[in-house]
Design a binder for this molecule. Structure first.
Ligand code: F0G
Length: 417
């Protein structure tokens, strides 16, 4: 297992032991004096860095804020979030043929996706910075979380969605939680280009995963998985498989493991192999891993029924690609029908997830078939969003309702009883 680097010299600009650091040139920035999304010097991605990294004994309480010792604040704008189930799925485990398979169901967060973990920290940061108008581009879940947490925080929210490509449940959430919704004639990547321009012009505060504070909240998925798995199984998982869109979660998990290793909470050997799954119709990360490139190529045209991960230009790739490589993981693309099959299999074991989430299970099946994952592995698959987020996809993947007469006799007759 490669040692994961983490520079830890505290610069003068740090605020209470917290600062921003560029992952490309190492430039350090004060975290809360003014708004930064990328490096002033080279436009590289920024990470939140800490003078003190906590270990297991420093965590107490529940949910995301259990891990406040690993976050920039002691508390946030909370609904509350985190503390999601790590499900057993014995039938899938048996079918796939691994030593242990657990499903971390992030669809059980307050707005039904892992984005809530990022937003509780992101909206808290917005308050620290004194900004009032929050915005994001979204394939749906981020917009739902932003609307809910922004609303909770008493702030205005604006969301840019790719027209006609966002699942009904997500639009409904963003709308009812009070966001102003702009439906953009373009895909998610176009929406993100525009909202980044708006943010740079100072019109809005950007809460996409380009915002390094959001990823701090999402880091807690990794902390929870490690603690839950260790408490239940007596050791850490060998591998974490997750759906990838903008690669924010992949970057957040990688950072989580680097910090745990640097604090001495785990050793390099304990770090799970980060394994990303994309839909075949939008797989720039898989392409970059397969071709050994440091950056992704922007896919102008993307298509998949897993609309949450219908993304052609993963902005967090420079953080996430090293994470996949240095943890000994990989990335794999799956077809939409494999995603739908996986969604059905999970649902049959009582775990209801949206299509993008099921990509993790579809990826596991494929990597087992290819022999990349062997039968001795202990695997955690991340399911990122709830089934009800995308009711149309669920109806399409599930059984058709059957029309019957409105009498008991008629129903018995129809059932052949
Ligand atoms: N799964 C779901 C359900 C998502 O909504 C997303 C991203 C991902 C996986 C991918 O996560 O971007 O961290 O690699 N959704 C964003 C949104 C883009 O706007 O809701 P990632």
């Amino acid at each position: 297992m490669a040692h994961l680097e983490l520079t830890q010299e505290e610069p003068d600009c740090a605020d209470d032991g917290v600062w921003l650091q560029c992952i490309e040139c190492g430039e350090t920035l004060a975290p809360f004096d003014e708004v930064h999304y990328t490096c002033d010097a080279c436009d590289g991605l920024l990470e939140v860095r800490y003078a003190d990294l906590p270990t297991w004994d420093d965590f107490s309480g529940r949910g995301v804020w259990r891990y406040s010792a690993a976050l920039p604040f002691a508390e946030g704008v909370s609904l509350p979030e985190g503390d999601t189930q790590l499900h057993d799925v014995p039938r899938l485990e048996e079918e796939v043929g691994v030593s242990r398979l657990r499903v971390k169901h992030e669809g059980m967060n307050p707005t039904g996706s892992f984005k809530d973990r990022g937003m509780t920290v992101g909206v808290r940061t917005a308050k620290e910075l004194g900004v009032g108008k929050l915005a994001c581009a979204s394939t749906g879940n981020t917009s739902a979380a932003l609307a809910a947490y922004g609303g909770r925080g008493g702030m205005e929210t604006l969301v840019l969605l790719p027209q006609g490509k966002v699942a009904a449940g997500k639009v409904a959430q963003a709308s009812l939680h009070g966001a102003r919704i702009l439906e953009v004639d373009g895909n998610f990547d176009t929406c993100l280009d525009i909202v980044q321009d708006l943010a740079h012009r100072g019109v809005v505060y950007l809460l996409n995963s380009l915002n390094p504070f959001r990823l701090e909240g999402q880091k807690t998925i990794g902390l929870e998985i490690m603690e839950q798995f260790r408490d239940e199984e007596g050791e850490y998982p060998d591998r974490i498989i997750l759906p990838v869109g903008n690669a924010g979660n992949t970057a957040a998990l990688y950072k989580c493991f680097r910090e745990l290793e640097a604090s001495g909470a785990i050793t390099g050997d304990d770090i799970p192999a980060l394994t990303g799954v994309q839909a075949a119709g939008s797989a720039p990360m898989v392409e970059a891993i397969q071709e050994g490139r440091e950056e992704t190529r922007r896919w102008e045209s993307v298509e998949t029924k897993a609309t949450a991960i219908r993304i052609g230009n993963p902005v967090n790739a420079p953080k996430a690609l090293p994470g996949i490589r240095q943890t000994g993981g990989t990335a794999v693309a799956v077809e939409d029908d494999e995603i739908m099959d996986a969604q059905r299999s999970l649902a049959e074991e009582g775990v209801g997830v949206e299509p993008a989430s099921a990509a993790s299970i579809a990826g596991l099946r494929k990597l087992r078939r290819q022999g990349v994952i062997d039968d001795s592995e202990q695997v955690v698959c991340l399911t990122t969003g709830h089934l009800l987020k995308d009711p149309d996809a669920a109806v399409e993947a599930g059984r058709d309702p059957e029309a019957v007469p409105g009498t008991t006799e008629g129903v018995l007759d129809y059932l052949g009883e």
